[in-house]
Design a protein around this ligand. Structure first.
Ligand SMILES: C[S@@+](CC[C@H](N)C(=O)[O-])C[C@H]1O[C@@H](n2cnc3c(N)ncnc32)[C@H](O)[C@@H]1O
Length: 432
């Protein structure tokens, strides 16, 4: 397919997403099935155009003065891909499979359109109803913070110290990936996104299959390190899901002590078994829930650290899931808030005196972060947040002190500040 034909295809896919209100992955898959002549490179390039258009949906429509899929793609080519008017006009030749030639109005918009008068939610490409909440966190930094969430994320790897002695060893074994060390996590390697937005097929590398490396955003690595889990502790990973954090905790504990990994959704937990085996983890007991039964009741009051990697809106991962932002609704935030209250309540019963809850989300909404903890502490007087500086020093992460955004009870990582996904973490200690 020509580059122009790929643009026509992206416009078609965006129209399908709009018309049928469906996730981008489904629309892209259907397009691929009904256009079997398109090769994998074409499909990747079209997906990349669609995701870039979703990243800049509001701002691209603003500079073009209309919200059609064609306008959004044209505006994105200017804003996200940095193409000038001539380059965009050359793609829109009207020839077979290429988009129709630019109209005079489109030319004028592509030449002169900018975001100087755009409302904040347009300049930052997010739904307007979350502006008051985001404003509470970011203040004057709101637009740059949200613009950083419209960029493409790199592919980060965590080096598994249960299998490899150092980050350098893993790095040197994978020279063809052109990875660099992550600046903040001592365990991370970073691969820049390719031109089509795709990273290399890391999962088929022999080193991945041997468990030397895991795919994990640097932010996720940092919040796991901040939990401060130590060899010998008793730990519950209450929302373990596929086990991303569990694996990181096991490596920090050097396979000593015990982690109980559970989740209320047995299907989400299922992949953890293979991942634990591959990573050489020996100190994790997976507690799969049976029917609705609580799988960790026997541990109440006995646990040093309960990790609550809470269900959340996932706003902090919008770099990776840009279509999620346009599907977010107040109702879904409310559902997540109720779930967060429920998991925190459950965590409280597990913690022993002087033990701690480490609360994590991949969200930047205060409602899911500080507010959730404030509500929790109102009902659980025995829990207090650990001061940020102390938590960072104790986990050898003092270098983050002037980079992260402190909040009332924890800290916020963001693409703008830390170059990571938007993770929030807070540590609450139970009275002795
Ligand atoms: C952010 S995901 C966890 C990701 C995982 N920790 C990782 O690092 O890959 C949140 C998880 O919380 C689980 N969850 C939601 N409500 C829960 C509850 N009441 N008890 C336990 N797990 C719950 C969801 O099934 C989901 O797997």
């Amino acid at each position: 397919m020509t580059p122009a034909a790929r643009i026509s295809a992206a416009v078609e896919v965006l129209a399908d997403i709009d018309a049928r209100r469906r996730p981008a992955t489904d629309a892209l898959k259907d397009w691929g099935l009904s256009h079997r002549f398109a090769g994998s490179k074409d499909r990747a390039a079209i997906a990349s155009l669609v995701y870039d258009a979703l990243r800049r949906k509001a701002s691209a429509a603003w500079i073009m003065g209309e919200t059609t899929p064609r306008a959004v793609v044209l505006g994105m080519l200017k804003l996200q891909r940095g193409l000038d008017l001539d380059a965009i006009a050359a793609l829109c030749s009207g020839e077979r499979f290429a988009p129709e030639p630019l109209t005079a109005g489109e030319r004028a918009r592509l030449k002169g359109g900018d975001l100087s008068d755009a409302p904040t939610h347009v300049a930052g490409d997010f739904p307007d109803w979350i502006e008051p909440s985001l404003g509470r966190l970011f203040g004057d930094d709101l637009v740059p913070e949200m613009q950083a969430l419209t960029t493409r994320a790199p592919l980060d790897l965590r080096v598994n110290t249960l299998k490899v002695s150092s980050r350098e060893e893993a790095h040197d074994a994978l020279p063809h990936l052109n990875a660099v060390e992550t600046p903040l996590s001592p365990l991370g390697l970073r691969i820049a996104p390719g031109e089509d937005g795709r990273g290399p097929a890391v999962q088929s590398e022999p080193e991945f299959l041997k468990g030397w490396i895991e795919i994990q955003d640097e932010g996720s690595q940092l919040v796991a390190l901040l939990s401060g889990v130590r060899p010998g502790e008793q730990v519950v990973d209450l929302c373990a899901g596929g086990g991303g954090k569990t694996l990181a905790l096991a490596a920090q504990m050097e396979n000593h002590g015990q982690i109980y990994a559970t989740d209320n959704d047995a299907r989400r937990l299922a992949p953890i078994h293979d991942r634990l085996a591959r990573a050489g983890v020996r100190n994790v007991q997976v507690r799969t829930p049976r029917a609705k039964a609580d799988a960790v009741t026997d541990l109440d009051g006995k646990i040093d650290c309960v990790l609550v990697d809470a269900p959340c809106t996932g706003i902090g991962t919008w770099r990776r899931n840009p279509d999620a932002k346009w599907r977010l609704r107040p109702g879904s935030l409310e559902v997540r808030r109720n779930e967060q209250a429920a998991v925190l309540d459950r965590a409280a019963r597990l913690v022993k005196p002087d033990g701690r809850i480490v609360y994590i989300t991949c969200s930047i909404l205060p409602e899911e972060n500080d507010d959730a903890l404030a509500a929790f502490m109102e009902n659980h007087a025995g829990f207090k947040p650990v001061p940020l500086d102390r938590a960072l020093e104790e986990t050898q992460l003092g270098h983050l002190k002037n980079i992260v955004r402190p909040t009332a009870h924890g800290l916020q990582l963001t693409p703008h500040k830390t170059g990571t996904d938007g993770f929030y973490v807070a540590i609450l200690v139970r009275n002795p």
